[in-house]
Design a protein around this ligand. Structure first.
Ligand code: PGA
Length: 247
């Protein structure tokens, strides 16, 4: 495994002025990070962020991509379009997309395929609801979500990033305990290994109320290879302190 990977997911936050000051503060605080770093920004700000991040240690990412290649899909953004802005990463299957935009496992798998075909790394998100966890279905749900992506993209598994984000922990302030997260990460690693024999090359990130106070403990788990950070990535000092806690 290379260095750990810390990814900021800005979600639908930001403005031209706020983005500039956040990125400048991050770059000023990050000289030689011990981890890889990326920011997944709203699509309208890709050009601005590409310019601000040029020649820096921070990679650029988007938050979604169309499952279609081109054509009559009003409002959609294709992988080829994203790639023109020098993107390295694109989130696919974030729970907010699955939940509010009815993205099925098959659609998420197709989006990962589009990203890979254009030379970008999909960050595939999986995770259970609190009802599913309480019903003892966590394993079944995350395995089903990952299986769809493996089925469509098995030969490219080592080129993906996986993110385990329990839905009950996203934006709620309730983080999975390091043990709860590690348990699911180990399951996902085993599933990747069974499919590819290359599971040790895949970063498996944890996401869900990760912050400056809990990052070090989560990142110390053997199968947690980094973080997908929402709210805390919008505060430069918090995100910098999380990156500093990476060993
Ligand atoms: P959060 O979001 O860190 O604000 O919980 C994480 C995510 O949704 O990627």
């Amino acid at each position: 495994m290379n260095k750990k990977l810390m990814v900021g997911n800005w979600k639908m936050n930001g403005s031209l002025a706020a983005n500039e000051s956040l990125i400048k503060a991050l770059l000023a605080g990050l000289s030689a990070p011990a981890c890889q770093v990326a920011l997944c920004v709203p699509a309208v700000y890709l050009a601005q962020c590409q310019a601000l991040l040029a020649d820096s240690v921070i990679e650029l990412g988007a938050q979604d991509v169309s499952e279609h290649e081109t054509g009559a899909f009003t409002g959609e953004i294709s992988a080829a379009m994203l790639r023109e802005f020098g993107l390295r990463y694109v989130l696919v299957g974030h729970s907010e997309r699955r939940q509010y935009h009815s993205e099925s496992d098959a659609v998420v798998a197709a989006k990962a395929q589009r990203a890979l075909a254009c030379g970008m790394t999909p960050i595939v998100c999986v995770g259970e609801t609190s009802a599913e966890r309480e019903a003892g279905q966590t394993e079944e749900v995350v395995k089903r979500q990952l299986a769809a992506v493996i089925h469509a993209n098995g030969h490219c598994i080592s080129e993906m990033v996986l993110a385990y984000e329990p839905i009950w922990a996203i934006g709620t302030g309730k983080t999975a305990s390091p043990e709860q997260a590690q348990q699911v990460h180990a399951l996902l690693r085993a599933q990747l290994e069974a499919a590819s024999k290359q599971a040790d090359r895949v970063h498996i990130l944890y996401g869900g109320s990760m912050n400056a106070a809990n990052a070090a403990q989560l990142l110390a788990q053997p199968d947690i290879d980094g973080g997908l950070v929402g709210g805390a990535s919008l505060k430069a000092l918090d995100f910098l302190s999380m990156m500093a806690s990476v060993r």
